[in-house]
Design a protein around this ligand. Structure first.
Ligand SMILES: Cc1ncc(C[n+]2csc(CCOP(=O)(O)OP(=O)(O)O)c2C)c(N)n1
Ligand code: SF4
Length: 319
């Protein structure tokens, strides 16, 4: 007999202050040198800085190397089906707007099999942080062409080199209705990456962050020149953008001013990717409608009624 008590989500935790150890779970099993390690460190740091209660924080992923992320967090997590992180995360957020929701997805997971969900999650603009780990390849399944693989990428599905132009996830997201936050960073620029994740967390709505992520095992030749070339990156700077101090900013050779309230300009800047990798905040609009706000105001269903419905449903399967 299922009888979930209404107070199950009101657990009082001691106010001791959370440390990194309160968020770090088992040792990450990604390859040595994989860019995902830096992203994990940055997210754990953010959780500590923001003192996110682990029992009020959930990481939702699909399938892929990147999607193993929830296993390495001592929070709630949902390692779902390939391409299905977004609908799960939207369901969680809609029913539990009090939770801090993060989506971890790969370029195959988000831009291929999950592309339909990606489009609608952006449009629903629920308050969550989406981190797209873009290594431009299917890593877990050992090197198939992904929708973001550059033309000519030799892979197990295209031994002679891929033939189609890749999707630019930044440009595609900027083209969607109700888009409210789009940023890009690179795993080998940890200060910028962390400032980007902080800014994304503070945004009220869906923050879409594409992280250019090294896969040294299957895409070594693709990333190595970019990582080593000081001219390969252009920083988008603005007082309302991603904040870097003077010292951090001085480490970049190419810095351009970009006002993140200008959507048309943001789409132009996203094209820069052909010459360099632009990192920074492309676009932010805090005024867009959020479907989780709409839900909270319009559902009119109490916690007790919801739990009663869950208990009734579960009892159908209890013996
Ligand atoms: C429905 C379904 N289709 C295909 C697969 C096989 N599969 C598992 S991971 C993956 C690709 C992962 O690539 P990406 O999302 O880029 O993540 P990465 O491993 O590179 O982090 C595929 C095709 C699957 N598990 N489920
Ligand atoms: S295969 Fe690539 S993406 Fe996957 S863990 Fe190894 S380095 Fe990372």
């Amino acid at each position: 007999m299922f009888d979930i008590k209404p107070d199950f989500c009101d657990i009082e935790m001691p106010d001791a202050g959370y440390s990194i150890e309160d968020y770090a779970s088992s040792q990450a099993r990604w390859c040595s040198g994989c860019g995902a390690h830096t992203i994990l460190n940055s997210v754990q740091r953010l959780c500590k800085e923001e003192q996110l209660p682990p029992e009020k924080t959930v990481f939702v992923s699909g399938i892929g190397c990147s999607s193993r992320f929830p296993h390495y967090m001592k929070t709630y997590g949902f390692h779902g089906l390939h391409g299905r992180a977004f609908p799960v995360a939207c369901g969680v957020k809609f029913r539990r707007p009090d939770l801090h929701v993060f989506v971890i997805t790969g370029d195959g997971d988000c831009c291929s099999i999950g592309a339909g969900h990606w489009v609608h999650a952006i449009r629903y603009n629920m308050n969550m942080v989406v981190l797209l780990f873009d290594n431009a390849i299917y890593g877990l399944t050992k090197k198939q062409t992904s929708p973001t693989s550059p033309i000519g990428t030799k892979s197990n599905t295209h031994p002679e080199g891929s033939v189609l132009p890749p999707i630019n996830p930044i440009q595609s997201t900027l083209g969607l209705p109700n888009v409210s936050f789009v940023a890009q960073s690179a795993d080998w620029k940890p200060a910028h990456l962390h400032a980007t994740i902080q800014k994304a967390y503070q945004h009220p709505g869906l923050s879409f962050v594409r992280i250019v992520q090294r896969c040294p095992v299957f895409m070594h030749d693709h990333y190595e020149p970019t990582v080593k070339d000081p001219d390969a990156i252009t920083v988008l700077d603005h007082e309302n953008g991603i904040h870097l101090d003077e010292k951090q900013l001085s480490k970049f050779r190419h810095v351009v001013q970009h006002d993140p309230s200008d959507l048309v300009k943001a789409r132009e800047v996203a094209e820069l990717v052909k010459e360099t990798v632009p990192i920074g905040l492309f676009y932010q609009n805090q005024a867009n409608l959020r479907y989780d706000d709409y839900g909270a105001h319009n559902l009119g269903v109490s916690n007790e009624e919801r739990l009663g419905a869950i208990n009734t449903l579960m009892n159908r399967y209890a013996v």
